[in-house]
Ligand binder design. Structure first.
Ligand code: HEC
Length: 121
């Protein structure tokens, strides 16, 4: 009986983590293409790569998340105020979790490959 109960809780806990797990996709040619499309549609209006614009410079934004990459996906799905003294909160057309994963993977790739000709300005 106890064993069954333990098994039940083990499965419950595993499934809780599984729901929240965020995995960034590998950066394939397709992800690069999709990432660029999302960026041009949803980000370029306010961000430039190397300088502050309506929002802070994208390269600096991404650097903040290199040690906790999943947090970028969480932020993009639910933006919360970050630098209220300098900027208004980011307003973004709701991004699906999948699009947030794609754009995040591509942005981290660009941070490591800033000479990629597809990198936005
Ligand atoms: C309407 C303008 C606007 C659009 C569109 C926009 N942003 Fe932002 N972004 C901002 C502003 C303003 C801030 C600063 C928010 C703050 O400090 O709370 C910001 C901040 C950020 C940050 C930094 C968060 C942090 O931890 O400091 C990231 C990352 C980011 N944006 C990514 C994106 C991505 C990716 C997209 C496209 C999917 C996007 N933004 C679209 C205006 C925008």
């Amino acid at each position: 009986m106890i064993k069954r109960l333990l098994l039940f809780f083990l499965i419950l806990i595993c499934s809780l983590f599984a729901v929240d797990a965020i995995v960034l996709p590998c950066v394939t040619e397709n992800i690069k293409k999709e990432g660029k499309e999302i960026y041009n549609r949803d980000c370029y209006a306010c961000h430039r790569w190397n300088r502050d614009f309506a929002g802070p410079a994208m390269s600096e934004n991404i650097k903040k998340y290199v040690t906790q990459k999943e947090d970028l996906v969480r932020y993009l799905v639910h933006p919360t105020p970050k630098q209220p003294d300098k900027y208004p909160p980011m307003t973004l057309d709701p991004l699906s979790k999948k699009d947030a994963q794609v754009i995040s993977a591509w942005l981290f790739y660009l941070l490591e490959n800033p000479k990629d000709p597809e990198r936005p300005r």
